[in-house]
Design a protein around this ligand. Structure first.
Ligand SMILES: Nc1nc2c(ncn2[C@@H]2O[C@H](COP(=O)(O)OP(=O)(O)O)[C@@H](O)[C@H]2O)c(=O)[nH]1
Ligand SMILES: [Mg+2]
Length: 462
């Protein structure tokens, strides 16, 4: 299958003179190829093209209204960057995005801020051999114009181009309080504190901080300090509004909590996280070809513009197949009692097929080759999305996982794995599509599990 053409990211509406605002010495790249050698080809292309535009083209009111982004760039907007603890997986990171987006919404009540999307890469689970998986922009996985309808966002390379270079004024490493908290006295608080863990940044000979920075080796920071934080995302807002740093990065951003989990803002941001179209198309083609599933037949009323989509639960019936997410690897290494054996899972799958009078089952899993063989022996009729090497190279492990999630999200009935964020994101997707909650909030039980509590139904607030 040939991939759909890649869309270019939203045009960065940078204001060239903003550079003088930066505390950085003359390190900003000149708008010529030599100074841009560390940038990816598409950004070099853009920067060169932009350099030829008249200055007015960058100013508000001149062409910015035609930008695909929902928010045009204010001349001196400030930048919020963030990163997450390296071992965290893709689907927890999607949740952290929602928390940081809610912080941006708080900041926007006072000042123009934009969220800089942290490039994807070096994730523990992305282990396909010989495939380059760093510095992946968000547009590879998500529809960035859709994100922009909820929160102003730009890709990291647009930040480099717009702000004058790969420089971050201030990094705050978020951490807990060394003393923990006394039982029964939860309070929201934030304080600059000595770093508890060893700092993952070191200074170079110019005293600039170097660190992972999503694989962008040229990136450096002026200041790195630690912040002990206990509370929801907005607790960081007063501090950010009080600093003079134009670009601020929150590292270990998973340490802040949701402002209001499951509220309207939460769901708006979640709904805006529309999967990239080229991945949805691959999933849809697969549904047609192997699962006899189309939106018309399944009564899925999908609208490209998420802001226009409002469903009644039970409206969508889904394709004539059972969707399964069977999480293995680190979920079984710890001998957790809430995860079934392969035999246990197959037994449950067979009973669900019978109960719902379904003949087909689609299985998404991260099982090893050995376990997958076993599964195939016990469940020969199962259907899986098995990408070729070329497809993995094109869509990356993250894209393949999204295709699996998209197909599970369209099943007549879904069953996932206990406390897997991969399964949780499928729940949300099905909620957005309008499925009866009974067909969504289901999980496998461990073979010996006594009280097998089922997942919570989180209802969309429009
Ligand atoms: N393609 C695919 N990848 C999976 C599947 N299950 C797990 N993975 C991979 O393993 C990672 C699991 O980490 P995470 O996203 O944090 O979810 P969690 O650990 O289950 O909460 C995913 O991001 C995928 O890379 C699956 O069913 N299909
Ligand atoms: Mg995980």
């Amino acid at each position: 299958m040939s991939p759909s053409p890649r869309v270019l990211p939203p045009t960065p509406a940078g204001e060239p003179h903003a550079r003088s605002f930066s505390p950085w010495p003359q390190m900003a790249p000149a708008p010529g190829a030599a100074g841009l050698s560390f940038l990816s080809p598409f950004l070099v292309f853009f920067a060169l093209a932009a350099a030829q535009l008249p200055f007015e083209a960058f100013q508000a009111g001149h062409g910015t209204s035609s930008l695909p982004t929902g928010h045009s760039a204010a001349p001196l907007r400030r930048y919020l960057l963030y990163d997450v603890n390296p071992p965290e997986g893709f689907n927890l990171r999607r949740d952290v995005y929602i928390r940081v987006a809610s912080l941006i919404k708080t900041l926007l009540k006072n000042e123009a801020w934009v969220l800089v999307l942290p490039p994807w890469g070096r994730l523990y689970h992305w282990q396909s051999p010989n495939i380059h998986q760093v510095r992946i922009p968000w547009l590879s996985f998500f529809d960035v114009p859709s994100l922009n309808k909820d929160t102003p966002v730009i890709e990291y390379e647009e930040f480099i181009s717009e702000s004058g270079g790969p420089f971050i004024d201030q990094v705050y490493v978020l951490q807990n309080y060394a003393e923990g908290w006394k039982e029964g006295t939860w309070e929201e608080k934030i304080d600059e504190r000595p770093c508890i863990d060893e700092l993952m940044y070191s200074t170079d000979k110019h005293k600039y901080y170097r660190g992972w920075f999503w694989g962008y080796e040229e990136t450096r920071a002026l200041k790195v300090t630690c912040l002990s934080v206990q509370g929801s995302a907005s607790i960081v807002a007063p501090l950010l509004l009080n600093t003079s740093s134009r670009s601020v990065m929150l590292d270990r951003a998973e340490n802040i909590l949701h402002n209001h989990y499951g509220g309207k803002d939460y769901w708006n941001t979640r709904r805006s996280m529309v999967f990239a179209k080229h991945l949805r198309v691959v999933g849809d083609m697969f549904r047609i070809k192997y699962l006899n599933s189309t939106d018309e037949k399944d009564r899925t009323q999908y609208i490209e513009d998420w802001t226009q989509m409002k469903v009644k639960l039970g409206m969508a019936i889904g394709g004539p197949y059972l969707g399964v997410h069977l999480r293995r690897k680190d979920f079984i290494w710890g001998h957790r009692n809430d995860v079934p054996s392969i035999q246990g899972a197959v037994k449950k799958i067979r009973s669900l097929l019978k109960l719902h009078k379904l003949e087909r089952v689609f299985v998404a899993t991260d099982a090893t080759a050995e376990e997958t063989e076993k599964l195939k022996r016990l469940l020969p009729e199962m259907v899986r999305f098995e990408p070729t090497w070329e497809e993995v190279e094109l869509y990356k492990d993250g894209g393949i996982a999204i295709i699996d999630q998209w197909i599970c999200a369209h099943a007549r009935y879904f069953i996932g794995t206990s406390v897997s964020t991969f399964s949780f994101r499928i729940h949300e997707e099905r909620e957005i599509l309008g499925f009866d909650p009974k067909t969504t909030y289901n999980r496998f039980c461990g073979d010996e599990e006594r009280t097998c509590e089922q997942p919570t139904h989180w209802k969309i607030v429009y």
